[in-house]
Design a protein around this ligand. Sequence first.
Ligand code: 5GP
Length: 178
Amino acid sequence: MTSSFKLRILLTRQEIEAAIRKLAAEISHDYRDRYPLLIGVLKGSFMFLADLIRNLDFPLEVDFIRLSSYGGATESSGKVRVVHHLCSEVAGRDVLVIEDIVDTGLTIAFLLDYLRKKKPASLRLCALADKPSRRRVPVVIDYPGFTVPDQFLVGYGLDWDERFRNLPEIYAVDADGP
Ligand code: 5GP
């Protein structure tokens, strides 16, 4: 990544809110009486998860898992491991994974496989953003928010080397100059 760059707004606060309301309506329809376990993938999904569950008015449980993925670089290494484990029992639960972006798919494919081995009653994926052009393994996103172009994004929980998570919108990072 260049040291000279510009942030260009890709998704406004209003667009994100509208997408979340739509996702929340679908999730409410499917999970209202199932006391689901929502698993947020740290760190990137924390803002999305917080806004999503504010729109879910039925009993649910929240837990978090942290996986190693990008480190400080912008390319997935393909090597994934759990660095912060779940506290909840997954066996027999209706589990909904809340992810920020599905890019190559390697991280989420690992996580879904990891959770499937714990024998949940059901397992589905909700992702705010999908970058299908970069996919290396097939992933079914049951509740997709946006399809985004092949660009590095920051804001709304997404970082660049731990910066920019606090921006309320999503920005594309453009290289500026030669
Ligand atoms: P994957 O394994 O699908 O290639 O990447 C998964 C993880 O990489 C995502 O959960 C996210 O944390 C990170 N990631 C993928 N694309 C981007 C991006 O454009 N910006 C940021 N900040 N993180 C990304």
